[in-house]
Write a protein that binds this ligand. Structure first.
Ligand SMILES: Nc1ncnc2c1ncn2[C@@H]1O[C@H](COP(=O)(O)OP(=O)(O)OP(=O)(O)O)[C@@H](O)[C@H]1O
Length: 259
């Protein structure tokens, strides 16, 4: 892919996603440009994961269209890397960090009995270096901290050298120090790839991303990473703390449950 800065790399137009009779996303339109760092926030069940999975072609859309560098979801080859919300990996399983990252080299055409090549191993080790845990390549995953485990998952997503990286709550279960390290890493990665980050960490994300998209079934807001009270009310239906551009503001009153 040779997209120029400012060129649209993800084009989401009037997208609706239904699970049976339930509409998870309704008429969402959103463009992401080359080199952008987009934060996607919203309440539980707001459709954030559904949006990422529909970009990946893992969830069929019921209406509208999605284009990734002119390609349909699921037909993008190595273009898009994904760090899922719930990695389906048993942490007690006897497997090394490198072996997990190597699975990022598996594509549909290489499944199911692919023998990893030297190039595969070199790519996995380079990805581990990139996320700062190269020295842990031979360690069993049961011996990783929460932050190291998350970085291993980022390395797995980087193993095919994607140009667009989708992450679903990569900081959900880590401590403050690891969270900062992951945000620093994403800032570095953003120098060479477009990033779409789903998070509930509104405080941190608004000071890091270029733009925010707020989802609550529909797209409530898309724009600069400062939010006003009306937007937050529309999004969450209750007061929350915000940070805008690193400056803390207690922008809203006490949560309704406290009254
Ligand atoms: N496979 C599915 N079948 C039926 N309903 C689903 C399915 N996946 C998601 N949903 C529903 O769609 C809605 C949106 O879910 P989604 O996981 O996209 O939200 P989210 O914003 O990522 O939530 P969270 O912040 O809790 O992770 C939810 O009401 C969820 O129950």
């Amino acid at each position: 892919m040779t997209a120029e800065p400012g060129q649209k790399v993800v084009e989401i137009s009037h997208v609706t996603v239904r699970y049976g009779a339930f509409t998870a996303l309704h008429d969402v339109s959103l463009d992401v440009t080359q080199g952008e760092y987009l934060g996607i926030i919203g309440p539980n069940g707001g459709g954030k994961t559904t949006l990422l999975r529909s970009i990946l072609g893992l969830v069929p859309i019921s209406g509208g269209s999605i284009s990734i560098c002119g390609k349909a979801p699921g037909k993008t080859g190595m273009l898009v890397g994904y760090v899922p919300q719930f990695a389906n990996i048993d942490r007690s399983f006897p497997v090394t960090v490198r072996e997990v990252v190597l699975t990022g080299r598996l594509t549909r055409s290489r499944l199911p009995f692919h023998r990893y090549s030297g190039a595969d191993r070199a790519a996995a080790d380079a990805a581990l270096q990139e996320v700062g845990i190269g020295e842990l390549a031979s360690r069993q995953i049961s011996g990783l901290s929460g932050g190291e485990f998350q970085r291993m998952l980022v390395a797995r997503a980087l193993a095919e050298n994607p140009k667009i990286l989708l992450l679903d709550e990569p900081t959900a279960s880590v401590d403050a120090k690891s969270r900062r390290q992951i945000y620093d890493l994403l800032g570095e990665l953003n120098r060479k790839m477009t990033i779409l980050l789903v998070t509930h960490d509104m405080m941190a994300v608004s000071s890091r991303v270029h733009r925010l998209a707020c989802l609550n079934g529909g797209l409530v807001y898309h724009g600069e990473p400062e939010l006003d009270r009306n937007t937050v009310d529309a999004l969450y239906g209750c007061p929350v703390d915000l940070i805008a551009h690193g400056v803390p503001h207690r922008v809203l009153k006490t949560h309704g449950e406290d009254r």
